[in-house]
Design a protein around this ligand. Sequence first.
Ligand SMILES: Nc1ncnc2c1ncn2[C@@H]1O[C@H](COP(=O)(O)OP(=O)(O)O)[C@@H](O)[C@H]1O
Ligand SMILES: [Mg+2]
Length: 243
Amino acid sequence: MNHLDITNMPNLPFDVQESLNQLRINLGFSGAEIKTIMITSSTPNEGKSFVAINLWKMMANVGSRVLLIDTDLRNSDMRTKYRFQNENGILGIEHYLSGKIELFDTIYETNYQNGYIIPVSTNIVDPTTLLESNRFKVMLEQCKSRFDYIIVDTPPLGSVADALNIAKHCDGTLLVIRSGEVPRKVVNDSVSLLRRTEVPLLGVVLNRVDTSKRGSNYGYYYRYGYYSNYGYGNGKSDKKKPK
Ligand SMILES: Nc1ncnc2c1ncn2[C@@H]1O[C@H](COP(=O)(O)OP(=O)(O)O)[C@@H](O)[C@H]1O
Ligand SMILES: [Mg+2]
């Protein structure tokens, strides 16, 4: 199997680690059938990739075989931000989807034990056809039998339909919301869109909560909650309590 090193993984503050760990545990209670989890948001820069890669790392760390798939083919910056290194160069998901290589050639083991990745190696302008192709569906089906979890990092829901097309092939979605930045209506629209896919919305991650505005007892950066906590839930998965 191909190998790449992730050489710029940030060290997270303890409270952020704790919140992500809670998220990992909560996802474990979503049900054994929930294996492919899509991470999305309404707009760019809310922290999808940040949540995706750190959750992936934590799952791997406790011994789950976990695959991170980057599907943000237009705007992925994971390979540079987290500095993916491989001496022979990296072949990404776009090479597989366009039929240039086989699936196995784009799955990399990493310097994180149990952590595997399908990266994007070159951003492309219009990936919609690739994401709608049968090869995309086949990829997820084949990976499902080989991994305990698949974390799918996606483009934002906002402008193009790519994320919704991806959702159709996943078992559940997580909506990342950048605290204080995104208007409530935009978040509500995202929730409605996700609901229409009939793929369960497993929860929301309220990212980058400004802890300086709260008392020290509130010292966590992340909050994770089911959307019903915000007064919207009546779907099946919303009824489960996260704690
Ligand atoms: N909780 C967080 N703490 C610190 N930095 C964060 C956090 N969430 C996101 N970031 C940073 O914010 C920027 C945007 O996040 P990113 O995950 O790339 O967003 P998206 O994938 O939704 O476009 C990145 O530089 C990322 O490292
Ligand atoms: Mg991203």
